[in-house]
Design a protein around this ligand. Structure first.
Ligand SMILES: Nc1ncnc2c1ncn2[C@@H]1O[C@H](COP(=O)(O)OP(=O)(O)OP(=O)(O)O)[C@@H](O)[C@H]1O
Ligand SMILES: Nc1nc2c(c(=O)[nH]1)N=C(CO)CN2
Length: 170
């Protein structure tokens, strides 16, 4: 079994349903087991800012799938939930990014792991820090909690706990 971390993001309503469905579809896979789930965070859009706020969370999974097969599963879920690629970094029903896979460095046409923008994204680092603060990604010298501390305070403040409003996935 290999360990992997997957980031989920959505900013088209019903955001909560898209997250739930994506988690369920991952959980339905025989060869994927979800072992940790962060809280849900509501986050200001990064990159292309003229769009609605996102809900983001991070999952830790165990899987017997090789990395590109895991990507296939993630992309099949994106397609099933109606994701259309229109604007780079733009609005989406659901986005699944493989952040980390078995502590490996992978660089192919389809897959770069660890995900190259983890260290600059509070919407990834905050939930990742919640479930795995000591995780050390192969491309960075510092563990996740230190990468998070290196991010501007303003960016961290754009990431707010959301399940406190009473919605959870248990
Ligand atoms: N670690 C990864 N996880 C998911 N997709 C990846 C990864 N590395 C490379 N890709 C490739 O990135 C392509 C574009 O992905 P996508 O459209 O989701 O990008 P994006 O979500 O807009 O941007 P970002 O990758 O910055 O979140 C996918 O077709 C996929 O093959
Ligand atoms: N807050 C937030 N901003 C984003 C997100 C995301 O998931 N959350 N995903 C993007 C796609 O690359 C671009 N910008």
């Amino acid at each position: 079994m290999k360990k992997a971390f997957i980031a989920l993001g959505t900013n088209i309503e019903p955001r909560n349903d898209y997250l739930k469905q994506a988690i369920q579809l991952l959980d339905d896979q025989e060869n994927i087991t979800i072992i940790q789930k962060s809280s849900v965070y509501e986050t200001a859009p990064v990159g292309y800012t003229e769009q609605a706020d996102f809900l983001n969370l991070v999952l830790e999974v165990e899987t017997s799938l090789p990395p590109h097969d895991l990507l296939d599963v993630c992309q099949a879920i994106e397609n099933k939930l109606g994701r259309k690629r229109v604007i780079r970094f733009g609005p989406r029903t659901i986005d699944l990014d493989i952040l980390e896979y078995n502590n490996e460095n992978i660089q192919t046409d389809r897959l770069t792991v660890p995900h190259p923008r983890i260290h600059e994204r509070a919407f990834v680092l905050v939930p990742l820090d919640e479930i795995s603060p000591g995780l050390k990604l192969p491309t960075w010298e510092k563990p996740v909690n230190e990468l998070l501390r290196a991010i501007p305070k303003k960016d961290r403040e754009d990431v707010k706990r959301w399940n406190q409003k009473g919605l959870d996935y248990e």
